[in-house]
Design a protein around this ligand. Structure first.
Ligand code: BGC
Length: 498
């Protein structure tokens, strides 16, 4: 339900008084917006690009995607990227997070062939952003595995660690002169746990696949980090991390407190502990649960593959900040016999014998998977600080989905404001070092299994128009005001469309 602009202003003022926080963001806090290659670029077979997992997956019959949508054209950003730079510049974004398509740069996935047109595309985009004073924040991998690598076992093949490293080396050598913030990989828990559970991108293997993928994703990230350190850091400065899906997990009842902590460790600790903790490796509590579950199922060893001592050392400390994608909060409780089998990390976990439910009274975006629960972002960051110390946190994604064409997106405006209020509380009350905030997404785009039915954009895209016309929503105007004043105290006109 859209809230009226006036109500929004009053609500904001009330919240600020109640917490007596300043509404201003410090000068080193940066505002940006994000996208990812497959979700926007189109040009699926343009100019020598190779095929990736999603190019193939969307062609399956019957289609796994709503309305048989594909990313073949998407927002046509491969052709229309200047329009995106213009949109980012209109809002005076300080950075734009986008991702590279592996097979656009290396058509086979390997370094035997480099696609000059693909290399130039990203080079032009980077230059275009810098010319507007917008910092490029580059994700090296946002879920588009070249099909050749997929067919060789993808993220379950240990050799992918080196293959990803080779790809990372190529992109550093091309762009590290201009890119100063890198995210190696987007959301391991989604690309491993969720995708192998759902069979998204083609391969459904929920038992061993997710956990093999977990191990090699972490090692691949570490490999890419170490390659930069050893081969590029002597010449270029940069901060490198990866983007974790940080779903906040709360106990459904006071009896579920310990389960909630286990839930956090399963969902996020698994990908954070190896990199950010002092001791490294899997969180011990998760190692234990996974071993017990695996033995009970008749396996001889844990389905969560062990790390060697060398691997633990290799991964430790391979991040210069914490990249956090945060959308929502779930409540956790022990599973009951009548519960649907858990699809981790959406409805629950068979390993933890736990089920997720939504916070009571939640409002939702277009997808029921994302109850709006602003205080969750603050609790999430406090937990990260408590677990891993005073590391800088860059919020690499946060956003609300809507459906249909709608420029007056007050729900999104309220969402951004309410989450940013919690970010201010994190910084000012909890002393968490938050260094920036990224709206997902700059424009509407291909929302994976939802196709084009779900919209996240500050800018609306007319998907029926051959030029994929980009039009700012009210949220774009609001966000531009916040950025201009570096403050949540904005004029009433910010709640209307320009
Ligand atoms: C992903 C995006 C996706 C967004 C909204 C994040 O998990 O990184 O690719 O579009 O969520 O579902």
């Amino acid at each position: 339900m859209a809230m009226l602009p006036l109500q929004a202003v009053v609500l904001s003022a009330l919240l600020q008084n109640a917490w007596s926080i300043s509404s201003r963001f410090p000068s080193n806090f940066k505002f940006g917006a994000a996208s990812s290659a497959y979700q926007i670029e189109g040009g699926w077979n343009a100019d020598g690009k190779g095929l990736n997992a999603w190019d193939r997956f969307v062609q399956q019959y019957p289609s796994p995607i709503k309305n048989n949508d594909t990313g073949n054209v998407a927002t046509d950003a491969y052709r229309l990227w200047r329009e995106d730079v213009k949109a980012a510049a209109q809002m005076k974004l300080q950075f734009y997070r986008f991702s590279l398509s592996w097979a656009r740069i290396l058509p086979s996935g390997f370094t035997n062939e480099i696609n000059k047109a693909g290399v130039k595309y990203y080079s032009d985009l980077i230059d275009g952003l810098l010319a507007e004073g917008i910092e490029p924040v580059v994700t090296i991998y946002h879920w588009e595995l070249p099909v050749k690598i997929l067919d060789l076992g993808g993220w379950t093949n240990p050799l992918i660690v080196n293959w990803f490293g080779d790809y990372a080396r190529v992109v550093y050598s091309l762009y590290a002169d201009r890119v100063k913030t890198w995210l190696t990989i987007n959301e391991p828990v989604v690309m491993c746990d969720l995708f192998y559970n759902l069979g998204a991108f083609g391969l459904k293997e929920p038992v061993l696949g997710p956990f093999l993928c977990n191990k090699y994703v972490l090692l691949a990230h570490a490999k890419a980090y170490r390659i930069f350190d050893e081969e590029f850091r002597p010449k270029y400065t940069a901060r490198i991390s990866f983007a974790n899906s940080a779903l906040w997990v709360e106990p459904a009842t006071p009896n579920d407190t310990a389960l909630a902590e286990l839930g956090r460790k399963h969902q996020l600790g698994r990908f954070s502990h190896p990199i950010f903790s002092k001791e490294g490796g899997w969180p011990p509590a998760i190692e234990k649960v996974m071993l017990e579950a695996s033995l009970a199922e008749g396996y001889k060893e844990s389905r969560l593959p062990a790390f060697t001592e060398d691997e633990i050392e290799f991964m430790k400390g391979t991040a210069d900040f914490y990249g956090m994608n945060h959308y929502t909060t779930y409540l956790i409780r022990p599973s009951k016999p009548e519960d649907e089998p858990g699809i981790w990390p959406i409805t629950g976990s068979s390993e933890l014998q736990a089920t997720f439910i939504h916070p009571p009274g939640s409002t939702y975006g277009a997808s029921t998977l994302n109850p709006v629960y602003p205080v969750g972002i603050r609790k999430m960051m406090a937990w990260l600080k408590q677990q891993y110390g005073d590391i800088d946190i860059l919020i690499t994604e946060n956003g609300l989905s809507t459906s249909g064409y709608e420029l007056a997106d007050y729900d999104r405006v309220n969402f951004i404001r309410e989450y940013l209020e919690q970010v201010l509380l994190s910084m000012e009350v909890d002393n968490v070092s938050v260094i920036g905030y990224t709206v997902w997404s700059l424009t509407d785009n291909f929302e994976w299994l939802d196709g084009y039915t779900t919209k996240f954009g500050l800018y609306e895209i007319d998907f029926d128009h051959p030029n994929r016309t980009r039009t700012p929503r009210v949220s774009a105007n609001y966000y531009a005001c916040v950025i201009a004043g570096r403050s949540l105290d904005v004029q009433d006109s910010c709640y209307y469309k320009n």
